[in-house]
Design a binder for this molecule. Structure first.
Ligand SMILES: [Zn+2]
Ligand SMILES: [Zn+2]
Length: 327
């Protein structure tokens, strides 16, 4: 197999030939068909995540076809198309696993961070954490659903039922969640970087009721806001934009420091919370919902060996929607 492997924090990724991995008990091996590029991959590259191990093959939005099966795998067969997400393994025994909050497991493995992921021609996964994808939809279009979609969906649920929803940072996750939220009958207020006219237009095309810069106040107070951009300065901005009792959800795994802010913008029962990882239930629920919504992913495909370029383009905000690597 070939992989774009990250040998140490700071990068770059290196095209590497490796022996084909053999699936152990409970594992599957897939031939990778497509793998999405997520902002978290930049945090792995930059050495910002304490849970990351190096060397590592990044990539946790894997669409693949099962081509080998380890002992003890009952419900997947060679030839099945599956999705492999960020949550790669949980212990099943810690207090969080036992209270059905496996996203907070004390001993997890994360695909493309603490176990090898999908920037490769092949990948091995714990079969219990792979989602059957069926045959509907193109590989490249499905890839971004596996993190941008899934964690976006968990964030949307945590944002509550409010009708006026703000999305800060209009990248891969927001472009999917904006479609889900409008389908649910909510009004989306999109916030992009000041001067980012392209993202603003993109949000309006996807049905946003309003799109402006993150330095602006929305035309009406928001019921809730989700922050997808890794920018701590957006936390006070979003708190100012939500109504009394409103909620601000931080959806990313890493964020720059949050500047101090006056207590009065949190006062009146505004809530600030974070979303960590996903549960398998989130995945099953979202992947069932996605075809009903008719989500259209906006993707920019790159050949696998161009992964460094894809990451750099993501960092620079050079494309709308999501980059996807194709082996
Ligand atoms: Zn656990
Ligand atoms: Zn991700």
């Amino acid at each position: 197999m070939h992989a774009m492997r990250l040998n140490s924090a700071g990068g770059p990724l290196v095209w590497t030939e490796l022996p084909d991995p053999r699936p152990a008990e409970g594992e599957i091996r897939v031939r990778v068909l497509a793998c999405g590029v997520c902002r978290t991959d930049l945090h792995v590259l930059d050495g910002e995540l304490p849970e990351a191990k190096y060397p590592i093959i990044p990539g946790h939005e894997i669409v693949g076809r099962v081509d080998a099966i380890g002992p003890g795998v009952g419900d997947l067969a060679v030839g099945d198309r599956v999705g492999i997400p960020w949550l790669g393994h949980t212990c099943g025994a810690c207090p969080y696993c036992r209270m059905e909050r496996e996203n907070l497991c004390d001993h997890p493995l994360f695909t493309g961070c603490s176990r090898d992921g999908g920037y490769a021609t092949a990948a091995v996964a714990d079969a219990r954490f792979a989602f059957p994808l069926g045959e509907a939809g193109a590989d490249v279009d499905l890839a971004p659903l596996l993190c941008a979609g899934l964690i976006g969906w968990r964030s949307l649920r945590m944002a509550g039922e409010g009708r006026a929803l703000g999305l800060y940072g209009f990248g891969a996750a927001a472009h999917i969640i904006a479609q889900v939220a409008t389908w649910q009958g909510r009004s989306v207020f999109a916030f992009a970087r000041a001067g980012d006219e392209r993202s603003r237009q993109f949000a309006l095309e996807l049905g946003a009721a309003w799109a402006g810069s993150s330095e602006e106040m929305p035309p009406r107070p928001l019921d809730a806001a989700i922050i997808f951009a890794p920018v701590g300065g957006l936390v006070p901005a979003a708190l100012r934009a939500v109504r009394k009792g409103g909620r601000v959800v931080c959806a990313g795994i890493h964020m720059s420091d949050i500047p101090s802010f006056p207590y009065r913008i949190l006062w009146e029962e505004r809530e600030l919370l974070s979303v960590a990882n996903l549960t398998r239930e989130d995945g099953v629920e979202f992947l069932r919902l996605a075809p009903q919504v008719g989500i259209r992913s906006r993707t920019t495909p790159y050949p696998l060996h161009r992964a460094n370029q894809a990451l750099e383009d993501l960092r620079q905000g050079k494309f709308e929607g999501a980059a996807v690597l194709v082996p």
